[in-house]
Design a protein around this ligand. Structure first.
Ligand code: AMP
Ligand code: MG
Length: 427
């Protein structure tokens, strides 16, 4: 298959996405995205200093031992432990080795060498006494303290990484911690997936760009800026298409054009059933809809589909729903499309420090909340007092999401609830 066709074939999805149910449950939506999306990003080689937050395209194996040689963990005196046991702890000092030096030869039998942190141990030496614990005499001898174990203060070659050890598997989202090991193994560049090209747009006649004067009835576009901040932490390049009016022709044209040269298009607003909500109708006209209407609060009018080969995500207009849906569905979907494995945020079960008399069954809810100290200093969950999906300040006043399943109809003090800290979403 020519490369062009192959990359087209790789580019996702098919009709299996179509789903009968009007209101898909959270885990059905996750399952749909998880099983149907495949990596579509190209590969490239990138410099070490540019790969934090990028996705690894091939496994990275250490080409050498780290550290490369046995070396001293302290400034002090190195000797053979057998000599130390056989003698009285007094050694002639016969050489000096600093970090970066090569030992001039093996250890002379019965002697010690002056050595510094990170300097290679001479052949025959296996133990180091810290300089603070030693008495060095002017006559060139040193008295080392009793009680040192064989191998004390020595780092073994390869104790961190052995030659051939895997530092990171393909599909790993690279963290600064990985960069440390990759640098220690000597790589100046590594193979990663190229950044996905994402087009981002807001929709709504009421929206005005922050920095401008808002006229009567206007509100500032919040979602596009929040989403840009969220996308900035993912391996993507964003084209900002600004604010669209509630005009089906303009929406259709903009989305269709954006789909031509992006891997994914993300919009917010206009996804409900209202007369001024044109996103879903336009998606049906120019593409295919695979998901719309989730049994999830906040986030019911989330939509997902494709325009040609390009993935389309339609986020709810309410900023809280917009952020929650981005974190739950779009973030893992973009990471997967970008070459990573599907990843679910870790849930931490914690006792509720509050009561909820009634919760509607049949839908999964994600409440803004945080962890506080309850009786006896034990951690418990506090729920953000108000529920409104437009209460943007609740996002920074909380520490994450409290997840409450479809079957739950009430919450009592002390009930264990799953908490997802924002950090699980990389924010
Ligand atoms: P919609 O999905 O268009 O019906 O919007 C639902 C609510 O979210 C309305 O109150 C909109 O004004 C609001 N909204 C939509 N888009 C944005 C946005 N980009 N920034 C802030 N609020 C928005
Ligand atoms: Mg609207």
């Amino acid at each position: 298959m020519p490369p062009n066709e192959r990359s087209k074939a790789k580019r996702l999805l098919d009709d299996c996405f179509l789903h009968d149910s009007d209101r898909m449950r959270h885990y059905e939506a996750i399952e749909l995205l998880k099983t149907r999306l495949v990596p579509i990003a190209d590969r490239e080689t990138a410099a070490l200093d540019a790969v934090a937050g990028r996705i690894l395209a091939e496994p990275v194996l250490s080409p050498r031992n780290v550290p490369p040689a046995d070396n001293s963990a302290v400034d002090g005196y190195a000797f053979a432990h057998a000599d130390y046991l056989a003698g009285n702890g007094t050694f002639p000092v016969t050489a000096r080795i600093a970090a970066g030096n090569k030992p001039s030869g093996p250890l002379e039998a019965g002697s010690a060498v002056r050595i510094f942190t990170g300097a290679p141990m001479p052949e025959g030496a296996d133990t180091v006494a810290m300089q603070e614990d030693c008495d060095a005499d002017n006559d060139g001898t040193v008295v080392v303290p009793p009680g040192l174990k064989p191998g004390a203060n020595r780092r073994k070659a390869g104790e961190d990484l052995k030659q051939g050890d895997t530092i990171a598997e393909a599909a790993t989202l690279l963290t600064p911690q990985h960069i440390a090991s990759i640098a220690s193994a000597g790589f100046g560049e590594i193979p990663v997936f190229a950044k996905l090209r994402i087009a981002l747009v807001s929709g709504g006649d009421e929206l005005v760009e922050p920095g401008n004067t808002a006229r009567d009835g206007q509100i500032y576009d919040t979602n596009r800026h929040m989403l840009k901040a969220l996308l900035a932490r993912l391996p993507v390049e964003v084209t900002d298409l600004g604010i669209l009016p509630d005009d089906p022709a303009i929406i259709g044209k903009t989305l269709a054009e954006a789909a031509e040269n992006h891997h994914a298009v993300i919009s917010s607003g206009g996804t409900s059933r209202g007369e001024e909500d044109h996103i879903v109708a336009m998606l049906d006209e120019i593409g295919k809809r695979h998901l719309w209407q989730l049994a999830v609060k906040p986030g019911r009018p989330m939509s997902f589909g494709q325009i040609g080969d390009t993935v389309f995500f339609g986020l709810p207009g309410n900023p809280v729903a917009c952020m929650v849906c981005f974190l739950l569905y779009i973030r893992p979907a973009l990471l997967r499309l970008g070459g990573a494995a599907w990843s679910e945020p870790m849930r931490f079960p914690l006792p509720a420090g509050f009561e909820i008399a009634r919760k509607k069954p049949g839908r999964r809810e994600f409440w803004r909340g945080r962890v506080v100290q309850g009786d006896g200093g034990r951690a418990q969950l506090e729920k953000f007092a108000r529920d409104g999906s437009g209460l943007i300040s609740g996002l920074w006043q909380s520490g994450g999401l409290i997840e409450v399943g479809e079957d739950v109809t009430a919450v009592s003090q002390g009930d264990l609830l799953d908490f997802i800290p924002w950090s699980e979403f990389g924010i």
